[in-house]
Design a protein around this ligand. Sequence first.
Ligand SMILES: [Zn+2]
Length: 282
Amino acid sequence: MSIDVTARACLTCGTDKPHRPSLGGRLRRCLGCGLGWTVPDPAEPSARYDLDYFTGGGYEDYFLAAPRRFEAGRRLRWLSSVVGPSVLVEAGCAGGYFLEAAQGAGFTVTGVEVSRAAAGFAVDRLGMPVRQGYFEQVAPSLRADVVCAFHVLEHVDDPRVFLRAARGVLSPGGWLALEVPNIASAAADRLGHDWPAVAPEYHRWHFTPETLTRMLLDAGFQVVSHDTVFSRFYWKPLPRLRQARNLLVADWVACGSPRMRHPHLGDLLRVFARRADGRTPR
Ligand SMILES: [Zn+2]
């Protein structure tokens, strides 16, 4: 399912102009719209989304209860600002902590997770209903009022296929809640190839607020709102104090405020979109 990104038009704007090396050469950025993608490294096979994903490579903390429940609570509060308890599907639910929080708030939840280890954890340890597999393949058998995907779109083979699958799951007017790394962030600008979210072995696509909005429109969604948060937004207060002092200073300098949210300069881009009916997705 791999894509030769050097031989095709930009996924977002369709231009076939040459693309600009970025962030130390590990990425290319479209000159037309700014969509970024990872240059495949022939020495490193990219098929990392196997059954054991989440059991190595620094992703072990996806199973730690305290930080994950804190993060899940933040995300749930954000989601609950636009939609009440209803039927929810989370694509890429990892260990299931967000599902647990949403179920606790009255949502009827289903998770989809490619990693057998993570899906097993969610089912066995948290008692969450999770289907193990690729969301794009499981989606036709699902129906929901809300689809959530936190840090998933940057990993998938083709984000347009993923978004169309999400649209197919949703009822008319249903909500899509996404979060991805923000390549237009102050940190990406400041850190260059040291920006942690470059992660070339995992992250294939890099979005700005504009490119993600454009891709969502093309996939048959109406973007209702977007904003960004800084990484420390998801850290519990004590670790935030201990570890994030340098980040706080750098972010404060970049955006002129100690706040953890910003319209476009934060590390993580969050988008609410709704299934738009009356127009056919491209
Ligand atoms: Zn483009």
